[in-house]
Ligand binder design. Structure first.
Ligand SMILES: [Zn+2]
Ligand SMILES: [Zn+2]
Ligand SMILES: [Zn+2]
Length: 164
């Protein structure tokens, strides 16, 4: 199954589209007769029908060859960020998309992001969080705890929103 053409920033040449799924070629494979389809589209077809999808000639899966220049051409095309519905206006080359998605500030928060109230802005190591947060066994600890909690509350949420 190829890439959705609507994800690309501009129109995609017909030569870069797969005749089986009608999308933009993903891992292009060529038949011995020179026709190119996505690997994910052509391999099951070849195993089942044992013919080129354009009915040119019989073929075996072992005769199919990756078309690396076409693959690089597709990888150089500009695509919109996956998070464009969330507000990201960036377009990047397809080959750079995974790196952009990992860093995109419009992406959903990752599972590693600290959750309140564990994620104090003090930068303590995760192993220390619980013990440093629960020091209210003495009276002094309780006061300190209240001051910290009062002081940290607003900046903490502010920091969360600005950092994501
Ligand atoms: Zn396809
Ligand atoms: Zn053919
Ligand atoms: Zn983005």
């Amino acid at each position: 199954m190829g890439f959705d053409p609507s994800r690309f920033a501009g129109p995609v040449a017909a030569e870069l589209q797969c005749g089986l799924c009608g999308r933009v070629l993903e891992e292009p494979l060529s038949t011995p007769c020179g026709h190119v389809f996505c690997a994910g589209c052509l391999l099951p077809w070849a195993a089942r029908r044992r013919r080129c999808p354009l009915r040119c000639r019989p073929l075996a899966a072992a005769e199919l060859r990756p078309v690396l220049p076409l693959r690089s051409l597709v990888q150089e095309l500009e695509v919109k960020c996956d998070y464009s519905p969330r507000g990201c206006g960036r377009t990047v080359r397809l080959r750079e998309l995974p790196a952009h998605l990992a860093a995109c500030r419009y992406g959903p928060p990752g599972p590693a992001e600290p959750q309140p109230p564990a994620g104090l802005p003090s930068g303590r190591s995760p192993g220390n969080k619980k013990s440093s947060w629960r020091f209210s066994s003495s009276a002094w600890g309780c006061v300190l705890h209240r001051i910290m909690f009062y002081k940290c509350n607003a900046p903490f949420f502010h920091w969360k929103a600005g950092d994501s």
